[in-house]
Ligand binder design. Structure first.
Ligand code: FES
Ligand SMILES: [Fe+2]
Length: 378
């Protein structure tokens, strides 16, 4: 049985982050089919427990799990009635807005002023997303729409092509991994360093087109039977919780959704799932190549784990010119998801027309805009 880290004493590690370091945005907390109509699931994220329940109407709700009567846990032997959740202890009812709607044995009927904390949810391609903001503000953006996903154009995200792992890492470390070209050669065995193009920042979106060499220097691999090829892969991050990776049709027409959700000050749940485009709407079974590609990506993800588990976050890293542009741009973009922390100083363009991200081969730290007092953490 997996031990829930929220229930245990967490050792302080160099990766520890205070609560204010939980970023703002949409984060995966479950798969939609984990919670059927009438179902209840308790999860632990952002250092707290959350109860999810699906009403008989099909709508999904999330609230604090502790009943405001005497503190019973709604998720443990609670029940769903209509769209409400019923506490197992004395059967008080709570609706999706967190309001008490019924005290079944009292002439008072209910205490409508009582309110549990509730959370905004979205169901996105079979993924349950929860909006997190330490200031408890309303969502300021919506998850992206991927044309065709969720229709007959693509295979569904079935259980054999999705994955969840609880790891020691801050979500930003995982996202930064996608902007770190050099490690691809040393951790993942890539024959060449990927090249980043079209790096774009647009509100919560950070995106890049990345040229990746598959099968470099090899006559034939299962992925590249006709020899090595350069593939332009789309990297899309929507906040620090949602990522999409898009491979082109000449390679595979595959889509990977990667979601990273902080569990507590040390752990993150990494979720990902992969699908591909069907050759026709009638096609029901994913091709062997796609299933194998999922296993390949799972293995690739796991290769990174030891780096995050044992690292110390360097607020002012020393970057080589070849890696400074994607990494520095991603770190600057990421600051917006910590609105309650001191923000970095505006970027000062360099005299050589670049973004000043260390292209001169010197320390690119200034370009990262890390406030001095934040140097020891992310
Ligand atoms: S503790 Fe929940 S109804 Fe009493
Ligand atoms: Fe990696």
């Amino acid at each position: 049985m997996t031990t829930d880290p929220v229930d245990t004493e967490i050792p302080v590690t160099p990766l520890s982050v205070p609560g204010s370091r939980y970023p703002t945005g949409w984060f995966q907390v479950a798969w939609s089919d984990d919670i059927k109509p009438g179902g209840i699931k308790q999860v632990s994220y952002f250092g707290t427990k959350i109860v999810l329940w699906r009403g008989n109407s099909g709508e999904l709700f999330a609230s604090d799990p502790y009943c405001l009567h005497l503190g019973g846990n709604l998720a443990v032997n609670g029940e769903v009635s209509g769209d409400e959740i019923v506490c197992p202890w004395h059967h008080w009812h709570w609706n999706g807005e967190g309001r008490n709607t019924l005290i079944p044995y009292s002439k008072q009927t209910c205490k409508p002023n009582l309110k549990l904390r509730t959370w905004h949810l979205r169901e996105w391609n079979g993924i349950v997303l929860l909006w997190h903001d330490v200031g408890r503000c309303e969502p300021t953006w919506e998850p992206p729409v991927y044309e065709g996903l969720g229709t007959d154009d693509y295979f569904p995200f079935t259980e054999d092509r999705r994955y969840q792992s609880r790891i020691v890492a801050h979500p930003q470390m995982i996202v930064e991994n996608g902007a770190d070209p050099a490690h691809v050669m040393y951790i993942h065995g890539g024959g060449e360093m990927p090249e980043y193009d079209n790096i774009t920042v647009d509100g919560p979106l950070w995106s890049a087109d990345v040229m990746i060499a598959y099968g470099a220097g090899k006559e034939s691999t299962w992925l590249t039977p006709d020899g090595g090829m350069q593939v332009k892969v789309g990297f899309r991050n929507y906040g620090l919780g949602l990522g999409g990776t898009l491979w082109p049709k000449e390679f595979m027409s595959a889509v990977m959704l990667m979601c990273n959700t902080p569990v507590d000050e040390t752990h993150t749940d990494q979720f990902f799932c992969i699908t591909g485009k069907k050759s026709s709407p009638e096609e029901t079974e994913a091709p062997r190549r796609l299933v194998r590609f999922f296993q390949h990506q799972k293995h690739t993800n796991e290769q990174d784990y030891f780096t995050w588990e044992h690292m110390k976050v360097v607020g002012r890293p020393n970057l080589a010119p070849e890696e400074a542009l994607p990494l520095a741009s991603l770190r600057r973009w990421a600051w917006q998801f910590y609105p309650h922390l001191e923000q970095p100083a505006p970027r000062v363009p360099s005299s050589n027309g670049t973004d000043g991200a260390g292209h001169d081969g010197t320390n690119g730290a200034a370009a990262l805009g890390t406030p001095a007092k934040e140097q020891a953490s992310l």
